[in-house]
Ligand binder design. Structure first.
Ligand SMILES: NC(=O)N[C@@H](O)C(=O)O
Ligand code: NI
Length: 162
């Protein structure tokens, strides 16, 4: 048996229980560089139990549809941000936690120009560029231990299309 997972547009409000959407929105918090640049300040909360923050680059293959969500994972020791280098849209699957089990999955579709920061310990699908490959800057915890918990579904969730 499988479950069908419908998608919804990625918005800051809808994603708020799971993390932040990083995007230019509204007027800048500060105009800098002699008026040549707008600073949209402090858009996401980096949260690490220990270790240090690191910047990595993910060179991710395209995902196609129907797309099977066989597993979600979480990082108990730190938040994780995904920033597309060239604006590649991504499928962002997240879930609530109920006694250590992911429930009530949501699937968000990002727009070019949107990045995300997942809160520490939030269940999420792995990075999934939509229909084309992409490079992503990833800001997450560098430290000892796996900082990874996976949950494999007996019955996968299928995203038919975006
Ligand atoms: N495994 C890894 O570094 N990536 C995952 O955490 C992911 O969320 O894609
Ligand atoms: Ni992850």
């Amino acid at each position: 048996m499988t479950h069908t997972l419908s998608t919804q547009p990625l918005t800051a409000a809808a994603f708020a229980p799971f993390g932040e959407v990083i995007e230019v929105s509204g007027t800048p918090d500060k105009i800098i560089n002699q008026g040549m640049c707008g600073r949209h300040h402090d858009l996401a909360t980096l949260d690490f139990a220990d270790g240090r923050v690191g910047i990595s680059l993910f060179d991710a293959k395209a995902r196609t549809f129907p797309y099977s969500v066989d597993m979600v994972e979480r990082h108990p020791d730190g938040s994780q941000a995904f920033i597309p280098v060239s604006g590649t849209p991504m499928l962002v699957v997240v879930a609530e936690d109920r006694d250590g089990v992911p429930v009530n999955l949501r699937a968000f579709v990002s727009q070019p120009g949107q990045s995300i920061n997942l809160h520490r310990g939030v269940w999420h699908g792995v990075l999934a560029p939509i229909e084309k490959p992409g490079q992503f800057i990833v800001i997450d915890r560098i430290g000892d231990g796996p900082n990874l918990q996976e949950h494999w579904f007996d019955d996968p969730y299928i995203v038919q299309s975006v």
